[in-house]
Design a binder for this molecule. Structure first.
Ligand code: MN
Length: 230
């Protein structure tokens, strides 16, 4: 088949200890998965079911990137998150076997144009422009699950220029990783290459040009971003 033009290479992530890279297919993101973050945004956690938004795989930038402040916003926020990479397909995955679908874990930043997201909420419009934009998913190398299981209680934290802004435990998540996989697979046929960004703890806030943002989850490589003037 002849294509009119070539696209950039398929987005992919480095894997710790491997020369092969992890090809990224889709990025699902979970909203309000930490009660304290939901509260700081003026929301209550929906205990009935998790909800999702998505980012394009082409919105990925690697950890360590130096990037200009995002277009179209004056209120760019950091959101530190655990990223789950799926390595096995499935639909209606039972809770008990959800872990079999996990390839590995990583640290990620769900960068958010909060002003655009707030305007969208106000007008009951989709969050797309607030969440899915160029270099809005900053992703660290993945660690294969076999090297980490169980993911268990771990600290998740983020600092800006060395000041700690987010500091919580993965066990604070309202919906656990297996619960998210089981639920998401009732809505989509999940497949290898899919990522789930599992939501952010409390402490989100604005960043400005010049800031150095670093997020850490115990046992995983850190994720970092340097913001440059646009
Ligand atoms: Mn988020």
């Amino acid at each position: 088949m002849k294509l009119l033009f070539d696209l950039p290479p398929n987005p992919s992530l480095q894997i710790v200890g491997q020369t092969s890279r992890f090809p990224v297919r889709r990025i699902f993101c979970v909203g309000r998965n930490y009660a304290a973050h939901a509260a700081e945004m003026g929301n209550e956690v929906d205990r009935e079911a998790p909800f999702y938004f998505t980012k394009s795989a082409h919105s990925i930038a690697p950890s360590g990137a130096e990037l200009p402040y995002a277009l179209g916003t004056s209120d760019l926020h950091h959101e530190m998150e655990l990223v789950v990479a799926l390595g096995k397909a499935g639909t209606r995955i039972p809770l008990q076997s959800a872990h079999e679908h996990i390839f590995g874990y990583g640290a990620g930043l769900d960068m958010t144009r909060r002003d655009l997201q707030a305007a969208a909420k106000e007008k009951r419009r989709p969050w797309a422009t607030g969440k899915d934009f160029d270099a809005s998913a900053i992703l660290a190398p993945l660690v294969p699950a076999a090297l980490l299981e169980p993911i268990g209680p771990r600290r998740i934290a983020l600092s800006v220029n060395g000041d700690v802004r987010q500091d919580a435990q993965l066990s604070d998540m309202v919906w656990s990783v297996p619960e998210l996989i089981a639920h998401l697979s009732t809505l989509y046929t999940l497949a290898p290459g899919d990522l789930i960004m599992t939501g952010t703890p409390a402490g989100v806030g604005p960043v400005v040009a010049g800031d150095f943002i670093e997020g850490q989850i115990d046992g995983l490589p850190p994720v970092s971003l340097r913001l440059l003037p646009r």
